[in-house]
Design a protein around this ligand. Sequence first.
Ligand code: SAM
Ligand code: SF4
Length: 445
Amino acid sequence: MNRENPKKFRVKSFGCQMNVYDGDRMTEMLTDQGMTSADDGEEADLVVLNTCHIREKAAEKVYSDIGRLRGKDGKSPLIAVAGCVAQAEGKEISRRAPSVDIVVGPQAYHRLPELLEKAKSGKKALDTDMPIQSKFDVLPTRKKQARPNAFLTVQEGCDKFCTYCVVPYTRGAEISRPWSDLIDEAKALVDGGSKEITLLGQNVNAWSSEDDKGRRQGLDGLIRALDKVDGLGRIRYTTSHPNDMTQELIDAHGDVPKLMPYLHLPVQSGSDPILKAMNRSHTTESYLDILRRIREVRPDIAISGDFIVGFPGETDEDFEKTLAVVSEANYAQAYSFKYSPRPGTPAATMESQIAPEIMNERLQRLQALLNEQQHEFNRQAVGRTTTILLERNGKLDGQLVGKTPWLQSVHIIAPGLAIGDLVEVEIETAGPNSLQGRMIRSEAA
Ligand code: SAM
Ligand code: SF4
């Protein structure tokens, strides 16, 4: 391990896709500094842990990961803690884990090279500023992409202040990146080999900017402009907030050819009093109405969502209402979590915190229903011919895994094909989590 002159680095991202994006940008920046990414199993001189603070379990994980980085000789590589744990815990991290050399927040990671210089000379380096100059203005231009499905952060931060959530504190106020920067970055990603771009934001559909002609545009306008980028095959976006789901964005699902039929729209709870206590500012009815309108323009759309069970004060009746909303919404896929009190958020000090056993039981019931809906959605694909984008190798020899337009994973045995190929497949079998397919023909054929 060369701590004085690090050559090999590893970036490990946890949590949301925005962290994956930030991890890619840190990788590009460190490569620009002349360092190279360590291969699997290879020792790294610098390890960046790009962390998540959304739930307690995710936040605590960083400390066990730091412990595991110590080599047999008792020495650690240079360790940088980035991401939302860095922002939320700051100096406290090096106090709890003295082997940490660098602590850098999600809005300051463009300063990583300077922080690294300091750390190389044996000093602790900390930067959790939210600088006026945006990191996006100084990060290097996008490079050749390792993945055919690239992420592009268009919006960051959150002004919604749901009472359970740390994001407004760790990621800061809502900002939208300018139109021309995004068009340029999307083109650079496509030039670098990406076939699919997922637009990212904590509330991606709150994105808004003036276009190059000075007209105010919403996310639908950006999607329509990207639809015209040659070489880009697929567009996705995540995560959306129900309050920012405009009719224009809904309509885009009906007539933008490259926009994939998938919408991740968290509801969190099916009970209006709980939604009010969460400060969600939508109701179950306004949420279900969005799903009805989007299914009118795109009947086959896959709907996904997020749920929190056991929010303070949630009664059995409130929880039954969540199950009723799930039955009505009919999800293709969903994420569900037990409520986790986060320091500094209003919900953490609310009365009537729910007992862990009750949360466990509710989560099991909710997940059983969601899994059954997901399995049924997958079963409906059997016999269908569709196109998948190959994203990674499978576990078996010659096996590749790709994604359908509805974001389902499909395993195929396809010798001669490669990651990044678009392949026409017939779906043969469906499990709860993935599909098996047979190649009909590849894009190149
Ligand atoms: N902005 C998105 C929205 O409002 O729908 C979600 C962003 S958040 C990073 C991802 C998900 O984590 C949320 O939708 C919520 O379900 C979950 N989450 C956030 N805070 C949580 C907490 N304190 N306990 C459990 N789950 C939480
Ligand atoms: Fe968190 Fe709510 Fe903002 Fe989503 S909208 S990031 S859940 S505060």
